[in-house]
Ligand binder design. Structure first.
Ligand code: UT7
Length: 357
């Protein structure tokens, strides 16, 4: 676990999301594997998910979500200091997807790296990016959660293929007064249970070979029941631990934005916390989009007016690793809007020299 620590406050100045156009419904899946719309809805709450087209990849959704977040924040790509992409489905093993996004955006002065923390990746990225802003190293950091899970989903395996979808969400981090914005974040991991959710082959342990491909080892393997039990408990515990650490209680939080893995487990966690009416869920439309699910849900909740200035929100995620993370944020979009309104166009268009080149 990690804790505290801001010299400057760090807030979210803008958000954006992007999902593929193609919809794959439960009825489509009924034609592909032995499943039914009823089973999927009852066990997961998912009705449809978005699936990338043949020429689309993670960096495409990431760049589009990022450009929308930048527009929302009122800053130009040239002002971005750092791009962090949280993903388990990079376009390729290297270069990093964040570098591909940097090029697509024309964010020429930005440093760029990826984070792999499964479905908790966005919160890991958020807290990592916040350190650079808090300590004064950078002024504008793009944090993106982006996935093309359909490329690592075995569409012959009904245990997993009904769960996942593609898309991206992004936010822009900027400095603000200490004590505002991101108030408390906790991260955690239990690597001893990493084998519950993994892709066995394609890395240095089991490189790609004809045998690994024949055995379908490049697809997601998940022990659904065990992950489910971990997920319900950690959703509740992560919220409680983070609230305790911040000296807050469940009743202080206006909106919870959990990782969208499964509607059933979100509902159970919300009930256990006694906040059933304040948990956001859009899993029925997008399925589980791993690192993208929290920022997609956040952007949706903000743009639909469910979250407004002054609200306290909690982001909470869990996933492969196993990992988890939770972050309490005072929503303060208006603070940044007032700031960008006060800037001249020349100032906001200013693309400064790349650092370190
Ligand atoms: O984002 C990362 C974290 N991931 C998660 O949080 C996922 C956590 N796990 C889950 O959400 C749930 O465990 C699942 C949705 C994956 C599965 O739901 P479940 O209620 O745990 O079902 P189960 O695995 O216990 O399977 C129950 C039955 C089995 O049949 P038998 O053995 O009882 O005859 C499965 O074979 O349901 C069967 N089944 C299906 N039936 C129809 C499994 N998948 C399907 C399917 N359609 N798609």
């Amino acid at each position: 676990m990690s804790g505290e620590a801001t010299k400057r406050g760090v807030g979210i100045a803008g958000t954006g999301r992007a999902v593929p156009e193609r919809v794959l419904s439960n009825f489509d899946l009924e034609k592909m594997v032995d499943t039914s719309n009823e089973w999927i809805v009852e066990r997961t709450g998912i009705r449809e998910r978005r699936i990338a087209g043949p020429n689309e990849a993670t960096s495409d959704f990431a760049a589009l979500a990022a450009s929308r977040a930048l527009e929302d924040a009122g800053i130009s790509p040239g002002e971005v200091d750092l791009i962090i992409v949280a993903t388990v489905t990079p376009d390729m093993i290297f270069p990093s997807t964040s570098c591909l996004v940097q090029a697509k955006l024309g964010a020429t002065r930005a440093a760029a790296f990826d984070i792999s923390a499964g479905c908790s990746g966005f919160i890991y990225g958020l807290w990592t990016g916040a350190q650079f802003v808090a300590n004064g190293t950078y002024d504008a950091v793009l944090v993106i959660g982006a996935e093309t899970l359909s490329r690592i989903t075995d569409f012959t395996n009904r245990n997993t293929c009904v769960l996942f979808g593609d898309g991206a969400g992004a936010c822009v981090l900027k400095a603000m007064e200490h004590g505002e914005g991101i108030i408390k974040t906790l991260l955690g991991a239990d690597g001893s249970r990493g084998d519950l959710l993994m892709i066995p082959a394609g890395g240095s342990r089991l490189p790609a070979s004809h045998e690994t491909v024949d055995q379908r080892l490049h697809y997601i393997r998940m022990e659904g029941n065990k992950v489910y039990r971990f997920a319900v408990n950690i959703l509740v515990d992560a919220c409680k631990w983070t609230l305790d650490a911040a000296g807050l209680s469940e009743s202080d939080i206006d909106y919870f934005i959990p990782h969208q893995a499964n509607r059933r487990l979100i509902d159970i966690a919300a009930e256990r916390l006694g906040v059933a009416d304040r948990f956001y869920s859009n899993v029925e439309k997008y399925g589980n989009t791993s690192a993208a699910s929290i920022p997609i849900a956040l952007d949706e909740a903000v743009r639909s007016g469910k979250i407004s200035d002054g609200d306290l929100i909690m982001l909470v995620g869990f996933g492969a690793g196993l990992t988890w993370g939770a972050s309490i944020i005072r929503w303060c979009r208006g603070y940044f809007r007032a700031q960008s309104a006060g800037r001249s166009t020349a100032e906001s268009d200013k693309a400064r020299e790349p650092r370190g080149l």
